[in-house]
Ligand binder design. Structure first.
Ligand code: PEP
Ligand code: MG
Length: 905
């Protein structure tokens, strides 16, 4: 027979899988001799069995009986005993805290008889009847699924009828009336009377807690927090103690340090003559913890000593719930407290300072996500805001500006000195200019790896995508919010929060981040930017942990950057090189016509002359980047996207020509030719068509032009006394032969340039692994490659067969709901599938070249969970957007100090 029930005396804090966080910590407190009302925990295993079978296992009933009898013996009273009732609370408690997501029922054991016993024993009839009405209300709503409003309305009506405002002013008679009315509601709504049998109440409440695991809000919360859906919850049954027995009773919540700022010293709230729910619900104003010292010094002193014991024992900030019942202190819960990002860094550093934890432990207690929150400017939490709508938080930050609907407007208004938010249905590479100047980007369509999101993250630009309630009319310059009559116009001010996805009306004040100043300009500058002592402590805490992470990390961190300013920023943020310089961005804007000429060329001469025009520009790009990254490796990826991205849109061009034809206007020969070429280049699935190395092999001179520009730029830098370290990377390689041909071309060109310039050029040539075939045959590719970089964006696309520009917006929400995956595989590496391809690719490559340098440059290179996986697989580096570099540095260090096993992924 499985053991489903554990007395508090049988567990400990390490049994969270089985007993949930609350149960495990209650047991730990009992072990420490801290006063905890007796009770027992029903395991998560029982919950899983219930959810699977649709009913509780028989043996659970038997084990509950035994545990309950032991508890009754301890307490000297029985559950619901008429003259002296034992009352219990039934509370959920999963492995991970899910605040407010699941249910609690208090005062189980009260009925028409025991309410009198409670009244007599407590000497407080009002308290007894109030407890009884609370039971029927909670039980009705939670266990019997009755609409909670029916109870609240009846309660409010009763108060109104009596002309009473405060709940506490209801007298015994009024409460008795309410109890009768509540019972009538139960009978009316369920067709059966409120169960008076205490054990029946208990069993039904336990099952309700089991069921609450699967409520929608709990499922949504788990998805957001990445908590697995199959864990189930434990249930804690605990003797009730009452803080609402009069003025020497009360209840409170406290923390051993401030969870919001991280300030040292205890922190908490206390309510005299109240039950736990009253504190959280904010029904009455609470007192500060210090007030308890004046009210009840003995309980206060005991509480302080207990807090100290708990923090020393857990070696971390603890969150505690307590009740004082007639001058006796009881601890109802403790756990390692949740905290804000700043508090996490400050508390970890304080505990190192106090020599309570090691630096490695401190590192494990902060996260890259928390660091991200500290880096971006933030909206002032205190400010009043009007929410217009909510989209997906694609790139963090806080931006305020005038609405603009086009690139041209964005540039014009920015030049006029305005901050702008570029609002688009969706963005494409043509919007780059507008995106560069905008303070923020808002789109109605697209997912977190849509073009807008990817580019915005790359630039560290605040971005919200997929705000589907927006109806954007670019022509008329209006933006409506679906389901409301609100219409906004170009020029109206909005604010967008790239951390929450919210869109606000009007200006919202923004606060700068001294942590960013520290990371880019050093400790002294960061400290100078901090306006108060707490922020200075935050800056030194981040410094302590980030430098420790750098010391411990095995993975190095490079950046994805393709402009000198980005490269410089990456370097300032601590990048050890560029892992991906996407060269296609260099062919947009004015240069688009030049590449158009390459595509339209009919003869070698025409093409060569187009190449000649491009060459000096491309060489200039590389000189700028090599200069910014002097002494650090810079991986330049040869042009990757399909050619049609550089040509006009097929529909726009067809319409333009058709209109001209219809109106009798002359269509030039050039226009016709352009349309023919556009048609020719049009592909049904361009992501799988003529791109990457395939393009390089079809238009041989294109890669050649880039390789020569790289070599010449390196030669220029050498002559100028610099130390350029370029690397050439070939995209979308699938076979060794493809790479071999490009490599031969490249080696020849590099040798030619070296000879003509009289310099020694050593430029490694490597491949991106972006196709399953490349991963599986990485051993043969390794013969031709000096390094590999896993392009996990394309590898995810090709492994799943997901078109990355389309799938997120079209069906990922359904996939989340169906549990196909908990998080988008474009956001966090799908370890079982795509991750396995990385791992296989590594093994294959190293079987041929044991020390071949391998990295990753997909978006996953900046994702904490993925970074831990890449560490485990043994990659040498990750490359991510410049703004993610500090996060990746921290996570690379955290991965190195963690004991994660392959099963953790
Ligand atoms: C990739 O595919 O992971 C990659 C980095 O290349 P891109 O996103 O430019 O296709
Ligand atoms: Mg790619």
């Amino acid at each position: 027979m499985s053991t489903f029930v554990y007395a508090f005396t049988e567990g400990n804090k390490d049994m969270k899988d089985l007993l949930g966080g609350k149960g495990a910590n209650l047991a730990e407190m009992v072990k420490l001799g801290i006063p905890v009302p007796p009770g027992f925990t029903i395991s998560t295993e029982a919950c899983r069995a219930y959810l699977e079978e649709g009913h509780s296992p028989d043996s659970l009933q038997v084990q509950v009986t035994t545990a309950l009898r032991n508890m009754e013996a301890d307490m000297g009273k029985k559950l619901g005993q008429a003259d002296n009732p034992l009352l219990v609370s039934v509370r959920s408690g999963a492995k991970f805290s899910m605040p407010g997501m699941m249910e609690t029922v208090l005062n189980i054991g009260l009925n028409d008889e025991s309410v009198h016993g409670l009244a007599t024993r407590s000497g407080n009839s009002r308290f007894a009847w109030d407890s009884y009405r609370r039971l029927i209300q909670m039980f009705g709503k939670t266990v019997l699924d009755i609409d909670g409003d029916l109870f609240s309305e009846a309660f409010d009506n009763a108060k109104e009828g009596l002309g009473i405002e405060q709940d506490t002013d209801l007298d015994v008679e009024a409460l008795q009336g309410i109890v009768e009315e509540f019972k009538a509601i139960v009978e009316r709504e369920t067709g059966a009377p409120f169960p008076l049998d205490p054990r029946e109440q208990l069993d039904a409440a336990v099952e309700a807690v089991f069921r609450s695991w699967n409520t929608e809000r709990a499922a949504i919360y788990r998805r957001r927090e990445r908590i697995p859906h199959d864990l189930g919850t434990a249930v804690n049954i605990q003797a009730m103690v009452f803080g609402n027995q009069g003025s020497n009773s009360g209840t409170g919540v406290c923390f051993t340090r401030d969870p919001s700022s991280g300030q040292g010293g205890v922190y908490g709230d206390y309510l005299v003559n109240a039950q736990g729910e009253d504190v959280v619900a904010g029904i009455r104003n609470t007192l500060s913890l210090e007030a308890l010292e004046n009210i009840d010094k003995a309980s206060y002193d005991e509480l302080m000593a207990t807090m100290h014991t708990l923090e020393t024992h857990y070696r971390d900030m603890c969150d505690i719930e307590f009740t004082v019942e007639n001058g006796k202190l009881w601890l109802l819960q403790t756990r390692v407290g949740k905290r804000t990002a700043s508090a996490a860094f400050r508390i970890a550093a304080q505990l190192v300072e106090e020599k309570l934890i090691t630096r490695d432990e401190a590192l494990a207690r902060v996260s890259g996500e928390q660091l991200t929150q500290l880096l971006f400017p933030q909206f002032d939490d205190e400010a009043e805001k009007t929410v217009l709508t909510k989209g997906m938080a694609a790139s963090p930050g806080a931006a305020v500006g005038e609405i603009v609907f086009s690139n041209a407007q964005a540039v014009e208004r920015t030049n006029a000195g305005a901050d702008v938010i570029l609002v688009r249905r969706e963005t494409n590479p043509d919007d780059l200019e507008g995106m560069v100047v905008a303070a923020g980007i808002l789109t109605a369509r697209g997912g977190k790896t849509s073009h807008a999101a990817e580019v915005a993250r790359g630039m560290g630009r605040c971005c919200v995508v997929g705000a589907e309630a927006l109806i954007i009319d670019e022509k008329n310059g209006t933006m409506k919010i679906r389901g409301t009559d609100r219409v906004l116009h170009a020029g109206d001010v909005i604010a967008i929060d790239g951390t929450s996805g919210e869109v606000f009306l009007g200006d919202v004040p923004v606060m700068p981040s001294p942590v960013t100043v520290y990371i880019s300009e050093g400790l002294d500058a960061g400290l100078a930017a901090a306006q108060d002592q707490a922020t200075k402590e935050l800056v030194t805490s981040v410094h302590l942990l980030l430098t420790h992470a750098d010391r411990r990390a095995k993975l190095t961190v490079r950046a994805n950057a393709d402009a000198p300013e980005d490269a410089a920023r990456a370097r300032a943020y601590g990048a050890t090189g560029i892992g991906l310089c996407r060269t296609e961005h260099m062919f947009l804007g004015d240069r688009r016509q030049l590449i158009e000429k390459v595509i339209l060329a009919e003869t070698d001469e025409q093409r060569d002359s187009a190449f000649d025009a491009l060459f000096p520009l491309q060489k200039g790009d590389f000189i700028g980047i090599f200069e910014a990254m002097d002494g650090l490796p810079t991986t330049v990826r040869l042009i990757d996207p399909p050619l049609h991205e550089f040509l006009p849109d097929i529909t726009d061009l067809s319409v333009k020509i058709a209109v001209k034809e219809a109106t009798g206007e002359e269509v030039t020969e050039e226009e016709r030719k352009l349309l023919d070429t556009v048609r020719e280049q049009h592909e049904q699935n361009p992501m799988l068509g003529l791109r990457g190395v395939r393009l390089g092999l079809k238009i041989r001179g294109l890669f050649g032009l880039q390789i020569r520009a790289i070599a010449e730029a390196a030669a220029d830098r050498l002559e100028a006394g610099g130390h350029p370290l370029p690397e050439i990377m070939v995209p979308l390689v699938g076979s060794a032969r493809e790479l071999q041909i490009i490599r031969e071309d490249a080696e020849r060109i590099i040798a030619e340039v070296g000879e003509s310039r009289g310099v020694k050029l050593t430029i490694p040539i490597g491949a991106m692994i972006e196709l399953p075939r490349a991963a599986i045959t990485a051993d043969s590719l390794a013969e031709e490659a000096d390094f590999f970089s896993f392009g996990t964006n394309d590898l995810t696309q090709t492994a799943w067969g997901f078109s990355r520009d389309d799938v997120e917006a079209t069906f990922f929400n359904e996939y989340f709901d169906l549990g196909v995956f908990g998080v988008s595989p474009f956001e966090s590496i799908d370890t079982r599938g795509v991750g396995n391809l990385v791992s296989v690719g590594m093994k294959n490559a190293r079987s041929v070249k044991p020390s071949i340098h391998c990295g990753v440059c997909g978006e996953h290179g900046g994702d904490p969970l993925s970074i831990h996986f890449f560490h485990k697989v043994g990659l040498d580096y990750v490359s991510c957007s410049p703004f993610r570099v500090p996060v990746a540095r921290l996570e690379a260090g955290r991965a190195a100090v963690s004991n994660e096993s392959p099963d953790d992924f």
